[in-house]
Design a protein around this ligand. Structure first.
Ligand SMILES: [Ca+2]
Ligand SMILES: [Ca+2]
Length: 368
């Protein structure tokens, strides 16, 4: 009996070792994907941020779930996900949003803009306007490069879109504060301090009423032509601390400069001529801004004098063969521009893309 026990125990130890190594192998062998063949859990790749290890993170709110189910391309809705592009351009799942992350009234989370904060955590705009919830700024708490969990740190936005940090201040574009179709859209950019952001007591932004009656955190207000109902969208901060805001329906970019105390000095027109500007990122080595034109299926570099140069443009595609497919944002890493093919189709006459479709892709464009 004793001998049997001994062998049973030995067997148990051996089985435990086998089980543990199987477990660690599962962790090590995390599924990886190519940029040109993403799984359906990345069916609307949107915005980019670099993490602390030079990986590229990207949000995918998966806004095409319903369309793709109707097309028979996928069988069930994919949860919103954050992907990671490693230094070998392999894509893996960094975080999948969970039940406890959903906005309680709408039951959804819509991760749009993403940016790394000065505290090393990842901040995400959760757009709820289309779904009946209260729009939020989320903080993904990061330890050793891994996403641990998610906290709500501010709420009360209308259509939060891009997120960009300037020192300890975070800027969040709000694409629709008020809009009258074909007449005008009012949009803006909020500015919050890191020390105002708290999981225990999320910062409450009061609803925009008019130009003279709004939350004190509203840093800038923009009026645009009302053609789409989408105003302030992409945001980026350059090496000198200037802030750039793209106004989607006007196809313009504005530049805001700052006083010593980080208050606003002035905001002026910086570039115009795009059809519908989307995400913006600034790249240090090339000292330039990179921006997509969601409607015109194009990617541009814009120098620090506001001069645009076309980097890539395609017609109506499905995104295969590295072609652009309604690009949402572009980020540069080591001389390569990565472009999310958001693949939205709004049915507007000025929009090149006509259909969200497989494959789900991120394009790469050398910038030299
Ligand atoms: Ca596609
Ligand atoms: Ca398409």
């Amino acid at each position: 009996m004793k001998i049997l026990n001994k062998y049973t125990n030995l067997l148990r130890v051996m089985l435990t070792i086998v089980a543990l190594s199987a477990c660690s192998q599962t962790v090590l062998a995390q599924q990886q994907y190519s940029l040109q063949d993403l799984p359906a859990q990345f069916n609307s790749p949107a915005s980019f941020s670099l993490d602390s290890d030079n990986n590229i993170l990207f949000t995918s709110p998966n806004l095409h779930n319903q369309t793709l189910v109707e097309q028979g391309v996928i069988t069930k809705a994919a949860a919103p996900t954050i992907g990671l592009i490693d230094n070998n351009n392999q894509v893996s799942v960094w975080y999948t949003f969970k039940q406890q992350d959903l906005e309680p009234n709408s039951g959804v989370v819509t991760p749009m803009g993403i940016a790394k904060g000065p505290d090393g955590n990842i901040y995400i705009a959760d757009m709820q306007l289309w779904f009946g919830g209260e729009s939020r700024l989320l903080r993904v708490n990061v330890i050793d490069g891994k996403a641990i969990d998610v906290d709500v740190v501010a709420k009360g936005f209308s259509f939060p879109n891009a997120v960009a940090w300037r020192g300890n201040d975070v800027f969040i574009s709000d694409t629709v504060l008020a809009t009258e179709k074909g007449i005008s859209t009012t949009s803006g950019v909020y500015k919050l301090r890191l020390d105002e952001l708290s999981a225990e007591n999320p910062l409450q932004i009061s609803k925009y009423q008019n130009k003279n009656n709004h939350d004190a955190h509203l840093f800038e207000i923009f009026e645009s032509n009302g053609s789409l109902g989408f105003g302030a969208n992409g945001l980026a901060v350059d090496g000198k601390g200037n802030l750039y805001t793209g106004i989607m329906e006007d196809g313009t970019i504005y530049k805001s400069t700052f006083n010593e105390d980080s208050s606003k000095l002035e905001t002026t027109l910086f570039n115009k001529g795009l059809i519908a500007s989307d995400g913006i990122q600034w790249d240090a080595p090339s000292n330039a801004l990179y921006i997509t034109d969601l409607f015109d299926n194009a990617v541009y570099r814009i120098d620090m004098n506001g001069q645009a140069k076309l980097l890539a443009k395609n017609g109506n595609t499905d995104g295969s063969k590295n072609m652009l497919d309604a690009p949402g944002e572009v980020i540069v890493r080591a001389g390569i521009a990565y472009v999310t093919n958001f693949d939205a189709a709004f049915g507007a006459s000025t929009m090149v893309n006509t259909k969200p479709d497989a494959p789900f892709t991120i394009s790469v464009v050398p910038i030299k």
